[in-house]
Design a protein around this ligand. Structure first.
Ligand code: ADP
Length: 484
């Protein structure tokens, strides 16, 4: 990695404003999924270091909350500006440890920074309320106060944006944060911490603790009584563990969990637009996002045309290392990820699906996989039940609107859904009937800092981004004044 700003390459944890090794001195290796090279050895902190960071964050939070919102806003905006100024280097770090194409990595940095800008501006807009009194000598005021210390646990697929989407609203409203990044992608997080320190957050307000033992670090964050809130993005399986661990002390949780996004194409849709939307939604990040289209339902009348056009577009995509010019699809994150993709493909073809294009690995070795389109997918296949998290699109055929909606909702997940139609009545009917937190109508791209991101059913609790994004980090206090 050839960084312009060498200081961004940080391999220690930032605890209380001090760069720290693990107490044991241990490190763990971060590898490049494109070639298996070791990118860095990073401080392998554990429970004790998390506890120390929480203690420091607890003490630091009061002063941070007491600052004027406009002062917090300025620090956040400095952080934002530094991230934008270092966007190329941050993108290089993301690509090195996570694999996505550089252009996508740069897009992630800009997207990630947008949350900081958005919530910086929200900081002075945390309004309370007055309520008409119920007795003549009383007055009722509602205050919004920061919840306290926030523990953040994030995945590897958006190593920058998943952190900023959580910590920006928390910091904006006056919480302090102990962030535990995914062990596969800690360098993006420590680079963010370098810039946060430079931006002028008081020591201890934003801490990043790196370590390989997710379970132990997670336990400390959930069980430490000084942590008042856990914000997590990752699998439903781990979300469930965290929620259970938080139950003991009634620690609040925000959970952005797995999806199994349906993508519906009706007979009356603009097919070219639907193909374009499917490409963006399915193959972005090599299919490794929780809002990636996972099940593509196409109405019988346009099924063949859609399949043909999608396969034609997919044939133009280039697979390769994220650092190579023109690459659309980088490596999958790991061997287990590749294994899951293979399993889904084998299961589907054994049950009658046909591969239209792809289905193989390119001659690059490692975890690269060719973008794939399959026809003849059915509800009994693994691809219908689980997130594939890879560049494999299964096309399901349907006849009626009711049937399509029923199949789309036939899952325990409820994060994102997409549908393409030009019929106004159908737009409303289907938009209302889909049991999802996010619905894209005639678009495959729904993520933005200005809109609420989050799921229903087993896809999560809470919303990130938008005017609703600060709610999860605020407590409501009702102040009743008597003797007026
Ligand atoms: P993904 O499939 O996206 O990796 P995971 O839910 O497995 O989803 O991981 C998301 C994040 O949660 C990662 O940072 C991972 O290290 C962390 N994690 C995994 N298991 C636990 C756990 N038991 N407690 C806390 N964090 C965990």
């Amino acid at each position: 990695m050839d960084l312009k700003n060498k200081a961004l390459f940080a391999t220690q944890s930032l605890i209380g404003g001090t760069w720290s090794d693990a107490d044991s001195g241990a490190t763990f290796a971060v590898t490049n999924p494109a070639n298996g090279d070791v990118v860095a050895e990073v401080a392998d902190c554990g429970r004790a270091e998390v506890a120390r960071a929480v203690d420091i964050a607890y003490d630091a939070q009061k002063g941070w909350a007491a600052m004027l919102a406009s002062e917090r806003q300025k620090v956040l905006m400095r952080w934002h500006d530094l991230i934008i100024a270092n966007a190329d280097d941050l993108a290089a770090i993301i690509t090195a440890e996570m694999g996505k194409p550089l252009a996508e990595a740069k897009g992630e940095v800009v997207y990630g920074a947008s949350f900081i800008e958005w919530f910086a501006h929200e900081a002075p807009r945390i309004y309370g309320d007055t309520i008409p009194q119920h007795q003549a000598d009383k007055r009722i005021v509602v205050l919004k106060q920061p919840i306290g210390v926030v523990g953040s646990i994030t995945p590897w697929n958006f190593p920058v944006a998943m952190i900023t989407r959580k910590v920006a609203p928390a910091l904006a409203v006056g919480c302090s944060v102990v962030a535990r990044p995914a062990e596969l992608t800690p360098l993006s997080a420590t680079a963010l911490a370098v810039l946060a320190k430079e931006a002028g957050f008081p020591d201890g307000v934003f801490n990043v603790v790196t370590g390989a033992d997710a379970s132990e670090m997670g336990k400390e964050l959930c069980e430490n009584q000084k942590v008042r809130k856990i914000t997590f993005t990752g699998s439903t399986r781990v979300g469930r563990i965290l929620m259970k661990q938080c139950a003991e002390d009634i620690t609040k949780v925000s959970l952005e969990l797995g999806g199994n996004a349906p993508f519906l194409v009706f007979d009356d849709a603009d097919i070219d637009a639907a193909v374009e939307g499917a490409i963006i939604s399915k193959y972005r990040n090599a299919g490794q996002t929780c809002v990636c289209a996972n099940r593509i339902y196409v109405q019988a009348g346009v099924y063949d045309a859609f399949a043909e056009k999608l396969a034609a577009k997919v044939s133009e995509m280039k697979v390769g290392p994220g650092t190579e010019e023109g690459v659309n699809i980088g490596p999958l994150i790991s061997e287990p990820a590749l294994k899951k993709v293979r399993e889904h493909l084998e299961d589907a073809t054994a049950k009658g699906a046909e591969i239209l294009i792809g289905g193989t690995q390119p001659n690059l070795g490692g975890t690269f996989f060719n973008p794939t389109v399959m026809t003849g997918a059915t509800q009994d296949m693994l691809i219908a039940r689980e997130e594939t998290f890879g560049p494999v699109a299964g096309l399901f055929k349907f006849e009626t609107e009711d049937e399509a909606v029923a199949m789309a909702n036939d899952t325990e997940f409820g994060l994102a859904a997409y549908f393409y139609t030009r019929d106004l009545g159908r737009s409303w009917r289907v938009g209302e009937a889909l049991e999802y937190g996010i619905v894209g109508l005639n678009t495959g791209l729904i993520s933005t800092q200005v809109a609420p991101f989050g799921g229903v059913k087993q896809s999560g609790i809470g919303r990130e981004g938008s005017k609703y994004g600060t709610d999860d980090f605020l407590e409501i206090k009702y102040l009743c004044m008597g003797g007026v």
